[in-house]
Design a protein around this ligand. Structure first.
Ligand code: PRP
Length: 218
């Protein structure tokens, strides 16, 4: 079992892009991969063990060394600031973090409320801007907050822009571009360097160009 590589995969929207990428790199992944509720999937042929985690938790598993590697969005990396190395920009699941809100919102609110899944990123951003805000942490459906008066603005991921549009919200500022990264536990990187370097080499040879967005070309 020791020569297995354990890879923490983010459940949800990045998952499909990540699986597609691994397949494109020539790794044989079983069909059940696409449609399983299992949280641990072993692929003995490739000596891979995948653990399926909540995206925000991927760096935690890697930092603690229970996963050697992980695939995590840059948004999660910025928010979590875990003690892991970023090995590769996989250039998949491209999106960006933005400040958004209602189109007719008053601009000069005193200490406006900002709802977000990314309290650290948002706090750092507004601190840099010299603006005092009150951060309200939510776990999802962030766009709801300005609609029902919980917050004046939101800081959230924009991918296609559909969620903002369909809820009558507009983007105020584009904060940072996001793609998914291959991350590694520093000790695993030392102990399993040969296998990890081979994986990195195979993945970095791919011309990904950003799966999961309009730029994707197969
Ligand atoms: C994300 C994000 C936005 C939406 C953006 O939410 O928080 O709500 O996707 O995508 P779009 O620009 O393509 O509409 P997710 O679907 O991950 O669910 P969540 O609301 O639980 O965070």
């Amino acid at each position: 079992m020791n020569n297995f590589l354990t890879i923490a995969m983010p459940k949800g929207r990045i998952f499909e892009d990540a699986v597609q990428l691994l397949k494109k790199a020539g790794f044989q992944l079983p069909p059940e991969f696409d449609d399983s509720r299992k949280l641990i999937l072993e692929v003995p042929e490739e000596k891979f063990r995948f653990i399926l985690a909540k995206p925000m938790d991927v760096p935690t598993y890697v930092e603690h060394g229970v996963a050697d590697l992980g695939i995590a969005g840059k948004d999660v990396m910025l928010e979590e600031e875990r003690d892991v190395y970023e090995l590769l920009d996989l250039k998949i699941s491209a999106c960006y973090l933005a400040v958004a809100g209602l189109p007719d919102a008053k601009i000069n609110d005193v200490a406006p409320k900002v709802a977000t899944k990314y309290p650290h990123v948002a706090a750092a951003y507004f601190r840099e801007q010299g603006e005092q805000v009150e951060i309200i942490k939510l776990n999802g459906s962030i766009e709801l907050a300005p609609l029902i008066g919980l917050a004046d603005r939101i800081v959230d991921i924009v991918s296609t822009g559909r969620t903002l549009k369909e809820n009558g919200l507009v983007e105020y500022e584009r904060m940072v571009e996001i793609t998914s990264r291959l991350i590694v536990n520093p000790v695993s990187f030392r102990l399993k360097d040969e296998r990890i370097n081979e994986l990195v080499e195979r993945l970095s040879k791919l011309k990904t160009g950003g799966f999961g967005n309009e730029n994707f070309k197969s």
